[in-house]
Design a binder for this molecule. Structure first.
Ligand code: HEC
Length: 158
């Protein structure tokens, strides 16, 4: 009986550890709340550069897509959107993904999936003004994530 009690204590301890690790790696990622109230995601310098590089590609995509919609060039819309879809998310390293809070991963993957969806709609010949409405809806996820999150570099006091 005494031995079994030890087993239970050990099981409980392990369960707490697994739950704690789950919280850190899945839900919280590597983050803290910064001075402006946004959650600060802590990344290495290279990871930060890679995320911001992706972000600039997304912004460039929005610029190309709005321009193409204005002249009803749906092929250009589809091309710009599909290259910002899940293909882009798939190139992220597992190390980087582990540092992102769950909500950021969810919003980020949702944004990439939405670009694929927009590309499919453009390929199906959906009207430009409907596609523009879709792009506006997609951009609520850009806005939502930026309002809530920022990035800092590890061992860098900013
Ligand atoms: C899942 C969260 C998330 C989503 C979705 C997201 N971003 Fe970002 N983005 C960030 C974070 C975090 C930063 C860094 C902000 C900071 O540190 O102040 C950033 C920064 C940027 C920057 C600045 C890049 C630089 O070089 O400094 C641009 C431009 C940008 N995002 C565009 C977009 C656009 C356009 C979309 C939507 C199509 C988008 N982002 C969607 C999280 C996101």
């Amino acid at each position: 009986m005494g031995k079994c009690k030890f087993c239970w204590v050990l099981t409980l301890l392990l369960a707490v550890m697994v739950a704690g690790m789950g919280y850190f790696f899945l839900i919280k990622g590597n983050s803290f709340v910064g001075e402006d109230g946004r959650t600060t995601i802590v990344l290495s310098e290279i990871e930060k550069a890679s995320v911001l590089g992706e972000m600039r590609t997304l912004l460039e995509g929005v610029q190309i897509i709005t321009g193409a919609l204005a002249v009803n060039d749906l092929a250009a819309v589809a091309e710009a959107a599909s290259s910002r879809g899940m293909v882009m998310a798939n190139s992220d390293s597992p190390d980087l993904l582990a540092k992102l809070p769950l909500e950021v991963k969810t919003l980020g993957l949702g944004a990439h999936a939405a670009f694929d969806n927009l590309a499919a709609m453009a390929n199906d010949g959906v009207e430009a003004n409907i596609l523009l409405g879709e792009l506006s809806d997609m951009m609520s996820s850009c806005v939502a994530c930026h309002q809530q999150y920022r990035i800092a570099i590890e061992n860098f006091d900013e």
